[in-house]
Design a protein around this ligand. Structure first.
Ligand SMILES: Nc1ncnc2c1ncn2[C@@H]1O[C@H](COP(=O)(O)OP(=O)(O)OP(=O)(O)O)[C@@H](O)[C@H]1O
Length: 313
């Protein structure tokens, strides 16, 4: 078996062709005061239309950097990134303005950065539509529809200070959706909320995903978010390291239960990151032996005179 493979051979030209978001070996390097930080180190990520996923990771792992690139506020240093057909490495000028206005919607952690304090909920939702040139009737219909979908029909005339934290974040979601974006990006949307209110905001995001079919990407520190979304992607050292998928299964009597399973992520050229506890437990360092079995691949520590059990070479 040939372990090494040519990088260019392994990277076909159709990577992510059917995905709404395709990040291919994205690198983002920051340089400040003569110091270089590699915030993203060859990140691959595919997101399909109507998906709802969370990106989790420790502080400094690169989550906000990725969100900055997807929202068009920043661009990769190397690699390629596409969202809804827009090339995020080259987009400039009018295309960038249109992209940020109508292809993506952004919800930030502090609702004070999402909402204008002197406007009512309905006026806040109408504002991006007014800036895009929508007429009064269209603005009123759209803001009414969004506030109803987010369970805020009776709060339309309240100003942010008159709303609870969870209600403010739901209005923020409505504002971000006003321009009917293909993708809603949320940066720690529940970071300042208690658990019960967070559940309420996640419920609102799921409703938006179901009702409008809007693709949603949530960035968060909170690893418990896995119980709120179908797909959770963990980022470590600027790369995707694992994914947790949550599925509904029916038992023999037809009762639905939720199960979660964590997967290691195989990147485009076949690399995968072994969890540090596995490496430490078996002394897997620097070189390992691989064996191809009928239904799995074995990974063995390199001991100079040892052969993997049951194997001859
Ligand atoms: N503008 C910048 N200039 C220099 N370094 C930066 C800049 N932005 C991010 N970094 C560095 O890049 C790395 C990744 O940062 P990033 O903010 O993306 O991580 P994060 O996972 O979002 O962290 P947090 O959860 O704390 O927000 C960190 O080491 C950070 O210090």
């Amino acid at each position: 078996m040939t372990i090494s493979s040519s990088l260019s051979e392994a990277r076909g030209s159709g990577f992510g062709a059917d995905a709404l978001i395709a990040c291919d070996s994205v690198v983002r390097v920051f340089r400040s005061g003569g110091v270089e930080v590699q915030a993203l180190q060859g990140l691959d990520l595919l997101v399909q239309e109507k998906d709802m996923l969370a990106i989790v990771g420790a502080s400094g792992s690169g989550k906000s950097t990725l969100l900055g690139i997807l929202s068009g506020l920043d661009a990769p240093t190397a690699g390629t990134a596409h969202l809804a057909g827009h090339d995020l490495t080259t987009m400039r000028g009018a295309e960038l303005v249109r992209y940020r206005r109508s292809t993506v919607g952004l919800v930030r952690q502090q609702s004070s950065r999402n909402l204008l304090p002197h406007l009512t909920a309905a006026e806040n939702v109408s504002l991006p539509l007014a800036l895009a040139g929508a007429g009064r009737r269209e603005r009123s219909n759209r803001s009414g529809e969004l506030l109803r979908a987010l369970g805020l029909a009776d709060r339309a005339d309240q100003r942010p200070a008159q709303l609870s934290g969870g209600e403010q974040q739901r209005v923020s979601i409505a504002v971000a959706l006003a321009g009917s974006p293909r993708v809603l990006l949320a940066d720690e949307p529940t970071g300042q909320l208690d658990e019960k209110t967070s559940d309420e905001v996640f419920g609102a995001l799921r409703a938006v995903n179901d009702t409008f079919g809007c693709t949603i990407v949530i960035v968060t520190h909170d690893a418990t978010v896995a119980s709120q979304v179908r797909r959770t992607v963990a980022i470590r050292d600027g790369r995707i390291s694992s994914e947790t998928l949550r599925r509904e299964q029916l038992d023999a009597s037809g009762v639905a239960t939720l199960s979660e399973e964590e997967f290691a992520v195989l990147d485009r050229v076949g690399r995968l990151q072994l969890p540090s506890e596995y490496r430490e437990a078996l002394g897997l360092n620097e070189r390992v032996r691989l064996t191809l079995e009928s239904d799995h691949v074995g990974v063995w520590p390199q001991h100079d005179h040892d052969e993997p059990e049951g194997e001859t070479r």
